[in-house]
Every structure is written in structure tokens, then in C-alpha cells.
Design a protein around this ligand. Sequence first.
Ligand code: AMP
Length: 114
Amino acid sequence: MSDTIFSKIIRREIPADIVYEDNDVLAFRDLNPQAPVHVLFIPRQPMPTLNDATAADAELLGKLLLAAAAYAKQEGFAEQGYRTVVNCNEDGGQTVFHLHVHLLAGRRLHWPPG
Ligand code: AMP
């Protein structure tokens, strides 16, 4: 199983600005934010990419999105809006191979993305 910088954050071996955690999910601020709010939601159990998910991971994938939506509501920008993104592999722009959901908010986001 892959060991990435995100696994080190889970193990508290490197610092991160953690904003949410439960038994399955950890969320922390992105080091290089692309919007006023940029938080990453990751599963504690590492999975390199979305391609590696199986039907057995359906609940966990749902938990990541629900945690992002709950955070948006808690922080008060849910109604204004936000974006969740999962980059996969090279063309998707993935750089850290521990599956994560980006939550971006706080400015008008463009579509299509670059
Ligand atoms: P992706 O390109 O979809 O794989 O996203 C990886 C994200 O992780 C990027 O937005 C990086 O800025 C972010 N990142 C990398 N290292 C760290 C770190 N140590 N703490 C917080 N975010 C990080």
C-alpha cells in the first residue's frame, strides 16, 4: 500500500492544519490553496487513486463527500456554493497518490476548469 505525505499527516509525522476528523476521514487545509477555502478530505485507509476503488469502498467515498458538505454547512458557505474535485492520475492532475477530495470555496470558480 502506498505511503505518501498524506499518510504522514495521518500519523502526525508532519504538521497539517486539520479542520475535521472522524474514524474514517481526515480533512486539512491545502498547503497551496487555489481558493480562499481549500480543504482536502482524505480516507484514513489509503487508496492511491479513484481507479482503485471498488464497490466495497462506496460507503467510504460517500463519507468523504458528506464530510465535505457538512464542513461547507458548518462554515457557512454551503448556500453560496463550492466545488468538490477528485483528480485522477496524470491527465487529471493528481500529484499525491492517496485519494483525496478537494473542497474549494470562497470565490467564483470558473468552468470548464483548466
Ligand atoms: P492533487 O494534485 O489532486 O494530487 O492534489 C494534491 C494537493 O495536495 C495539492 O493541492 C497540494 O497543494 C496539496 N499538498 C501537498 N502536500 C501537502 C501538505 N503537506 N499539506 C497540505 N496539502 C498538501
